[in-house]
Design a protein around this ligand. Sequence first.
Ligand SMILES: O=C(O)CC[C@@H](O)C(=O)O
Ligand SMILES: [Zn+2]
Length: 466
Amino acid sequence: MDRLDNALQQSLEDIVGPAHVHRDAETLAHYGRDWTRAIEPAPVAAVLPGSIGEVQAIVRLAVDTGLAIVPSGGRTGLSAGAVAAQGELVVALDRLDHIGDFSAVDRTVRCGAGVVTARLQAFAEEQGLFYPVDFASSGSSQIGGNIATNAGGIKVIRHGMTRDWVAGLKVVTGTGELLDLNRGLIKNNAGYDLRHLMIGSEGTLGLIVEATISLREPPGDLAVMVLGAPDMPSIMRVLDAFRGELQLHAFEFFSEDALARVIEHQGLQRPFETSCPYYALLEFAGGDDATLERAMALFESGVEGGWVLDGSISQSVAQARALWRLREDISETISRWTPYKNDISTRVSDVPAFLQEVESVVNANYPDFEIIWFGHIGDGNVHLNILKPDALPMAEFQARCGEVSRWVFEIVQRYGGSVSAEHGVGLLKKDYLLYTRSAAEIEIMRQIKRVFDPAGILNPGKIFDL
Ligand SMILES: O=C(O)CC[C@@H](O)C(=O)O
Ligand SMILES: [Zn+2]
């Protein structure tokens, strides 16, 4: 459907009010896409419900009229999970942005789906607590979207993924029914945990409308170190050495090419003079002298052993932030080259061999492309980005990258890794799902989808085709 007929528009306006039904091109372009830029948005309309009841009414209307829905949060996703390219109705949860019902005893807070991650983090801090899931897009990503994609980020090595912090979930299914899942319980073995089925389902099983989020005590002082290394095995050696002696809160890596782009385009300082092929960014607990001495001793033994070339450690919160920007600003910095993205993972123990294979395939096949490596290496998750040369037409670039993608995914498959470590499948990865999930698994997923969304109206075509 490329036009919303008058009756349907009227019904939507009756549900959410005329001010919250949008049809103009600019608003549709805004709500119709996420951070993937490869697919043009073409939603039929965007609606912003103001209550859970309104979400239910929209879903029921969609069932009656056969209108497909794309649920929409902060739209910071990178797999086109929130792209409406087929005349769908975008249901943006921005207005469900209530936060409250804080329980100091349970250490939980109730959030509407539209609460922005940074606001939840600030709320937790005001209570003397901490919400530990963090990523570069915290300022615009929303809790509902984080849950729908089981967002990971930069603290997974210490605090896990979004899944680990969802104590309760309210979801509107594809029939318009409201499920109130787990209700903040710690222990609840009474049957299947549907909450976890919803987490990471990318809007294909239900619209997440509210969540009860667990908080924890603040981490205390953290120090940040950036170390330069001669090769990837040395980065893994750093991980091994530091993990054994310090409590790591983050272990990230990036290549010299990634650092060079960030420094050039964000106007940042190099962490130290020596230019190194790879860098590790470590964050660890403890600003006390004993911990810092231990870190320095590890650094020195790395230099003696040749697996560390140089390093820098934060002496203040401001310095720690500056070091973090070297890593956190990479994705945004390189977005201007419309990069081809891979978000792949394997078990941490397999990382050195896995990376060596991926690297040799990529180097052999992309000799003329600039490759930017970075990611959450402590979680076995690398982001492989390839920058489009300015002169190369987009279609040709995508075709060439798509070809090599298959070779990369064959390696992923051999290692039992994942073709999408944290960005989800959306539209971009669905052709590759079979490299990481068996045909039997995908068939079970299809059957589950039919149970929660019998009319097939929820984010159709995302993850797999029915
Ligand atoms: O742009 C990317 O490839 C990764 C984005 C994000 O997951 C990150 O780790 O910065
Ligand atoms: Zn990432």
